[in-house]
Design a protein around this ligand. Structure first.
Ligand code: C5P
Length: 219
């Protein structure tokens, strides 16, 4: 993984970093790592196995032996397509609880680093720049105001035909961000050498173009 080009994109929930990271990866022909999905899968697998999200050693064991296959857009957990199941708000909340446990993060580190393959990788999450790929050639902290993020998540849920309440979503996002920022291991923070990209008043194309332009300057 030493010489593999890596673009690390971190930021809070519903900032749009996943969408941006995925399109940047497509444009550059790079692989893509959705690290949040790995924490979501861990939360779902623990739940399926009757393991409490607060039992650090038991969840770490689940993380260690996670039977996951990424097949393009499809994600299989123990052979079952869980692509939609891991996107629920309940599993998102579980992901942020298991993500606060140091043994769980340690168990998932090598699995994430293995995504760094030629010709390059775009990884998105909370600690791509600080922990997983500290030597990434380009680091971006992608954010947006809490109100803009809540509205994006709201539209996403409505678009999926789910029942959504903006006030509840705002409170959930704030609770999740607070937990992600306050935890002792790999807290959500802008790395000192990361570019700040505030997308509050920006469309996806503009955000993608900015990341690609930063990359062109580095490469
Ligand atoms: O990005 P997404 O909402 O899918 O992530 C779910 C949760 O997983 C986050 O709220 C965060 O707590 C955790 N996470 C993390 N480190 C990452 C990616 C996600 O702690 N690199």
């Amino acid at each position: 993984m030493l010489n593999v080009p890596v673009i690390a994109i971190d930021g809070p929930s519903a900032s749009g970093k996943g969408t941006v990271a995925q399109i940047v990866a497509e444009r550059l022909g790079f692989h893509y790592l959705d690290s949040g999905a790995i924490y979501r899968l861990t939360a779902l697998a623990a739940q399926n196995q009757g393991v409490s999200w607060s039992d650090e050693q038991a969840v770490a064991a689940v993380a260690q032996y996670l039977d996951v296959v990424f097949e393009g857009e499809r994600i299989l957990l123990a052979g079952e397509d869980v692509s939609a199941a891991i996107r629920s708000e309940q599993i998102g909340s579980g992901a942020s609880q298991v993500a606060a446990l140091p043994a769980v993060r340690a168990a998932l580190l090598a699995r994430q680093q293995a995504f760094a393959q030629m010709p390059g990788l775009v990884g998105d999450g909370r600690d791509m720049a600080s922990v997983v790929f500290p030597a990434a050639q380009l680091k971006v902290f992608l954010t947006a105001s809490a109100a803009a993020r809540a509205e994006r998540r709201y539209k996403q849920l409505i678009g999926r035909g789910e029942v959504a309440d903006l006030a509840v979503i705002t409170a959930d996002l704030e609770a999740r961000d607070a937990r992600d920022r306050a935890r002792s291991v790999a807290p959500l923070a802008q790395a000192p050498d990361a570019y700040l990209l505030d997308t509050t008043a920006m469309g996806i194309d503009e955000a993608v173009n900015q990341v690609v332009a930063w990359w062109a300057k580095k490469a």
